[in-house]
Design a protein around this ligand. Structure first.
Ligand SMILES: O=C(O)CCC(=O)C(=O)O
Length: 310
């Protein structure tokens, strides 16, 4: 399968979000597995992928390479362990996964951050499009890997099939009063506004929750605007080891909607896990300026993540 790489030729809407997905698939020459993946993602906003017999061993490597983080008291979630975990980088850059994402979106994907969980996250229902979004819209997705079989009482990933087709919900849509400065966003105005507004939309649309009871080594990919979160942990002693990798796509403007106002996007300079460098945000093929403050914060964060912490 080939992708057009000249910026003017790139799709403005991910193929899975467009009406002519089938025509694209027919012309693609992609594998049946990749086509099924793209159709599932288009229909439900979440698709499950099996990458083969090597996956359980890769899961064990990821668990071993990140175990030290979780040995520290109270740590259940680790950001960006990929910088010191070859196994996370191997998963994030798996050629079949990248092929499937490229087919589904029509642009080349790149993994930009990782999160490891020891237990269920119990995270409130949200769409990633509030936290990481792009211009053109919806060129972002999440990849979730089960590092062990997920048990029903361990707080499985919960998602609402079809909810990715709803309009993107912003903090402003949810009724949050936002100032010009990013620091005005608080967990209180997030919890008081975004969470209830999301629940109201799902109830109004009649969306029903489904739980991703994946086997060790299986992957779920969700669309940027899919409503999802972590369900309650019913078995207090349970683990639910998992890895999330977030992806952006080439030649977009990357920003954090939660810290943006309608007048000013909080532009991001995402890492590229495949290269260890950064990907400059672009609009219509042209670089978009990133503030010195943002540049310094990005470099400082990356340096900190390289430091051995266990
Ligand atoms: O793993 C989970 O329980 C939820 C993860 C999640 O919502 C996210 O990474 O956006």
């Amino acid at each position: 399968m080939t992708l057009k790489t000249r910026s003017g030729d790139l799709p403005q809407t991910p193929w899975v979000e467009s009406d002519d997905l089938e025509a694209r698939l027919a012309r693609s020459g992609a594998s049946e597995r990749a086509k099924t993946f793209a159709r599932d993602l288009a229909r439900d906003g979440l698709a499950i992928l099996d990458l083969g017999d090597d996956m359980p061993a890769l899961c064990d490597e990821i668990a071993a390479e990140t175990a030290g983080h979780f040995a520290r008291p109270g740590v259940t979630r680790v950001h960006d362990a990929w910088r010191r975990s070859p196994a996370i980088r191997a998963l994030a850059t798996h050629p079949v996964l990248l092929e499937c994402l490229a087919l589904a979106y029509g642009r080349a994907p790149f993994p930009f951050q990782s999160l490891n969980f020891m237990r269920g996250s119990q995270q409130d229902t949200h769409a990633d499009a509030l936290h990481f979004h792009a211009e053109p819209a919806l060129f972002m997705c999440g990849v979730w890997l089960a590092l062990e079989d997920v048990k029903p009482g361990a707080g499985p990933l919960r998602y609402y099939p079809g909810s990715h087709r709803l309009p993107v919900l912003t903090m402003q849509d949810a009724g949050a009063v936002m100032g010009a400065a990013p620091s005005r966003v608080t967990s209180a105005n997030y919890n008081d506004t975004y969470g209830p507004a999301m629940q109201a939309r799902l109830a109004q649309g009649g969306f029903e929750a489904r739980h991703a009871l994946l086997k060790k080594g299986q992957i779920a990919v969700w669309a940027a605007n899919l409503a999802h979160g972590g369900s309650p942990i019913l078995d207090p002693g349970s683990t639910r080891q998992s890895l999330v990798v977030h992806y952006y796509f080439e030649d977009c403007l990357y920003y954090t909607p939660m810290l943006s106002t309608p007048e000013r996007a909080y532009v991001r300079l995402p890492a590229n896990i495949a290269t260890g460098g950064w990907v400059w945000p672009r609009r219509a093929g042209r670089r978009v300026p990133v503030s010195l403050k943002q540049l310094a914060a990005t470099i400082a964060y990356a340096a900190l993540r390289r430091t051995p912490r266990f």
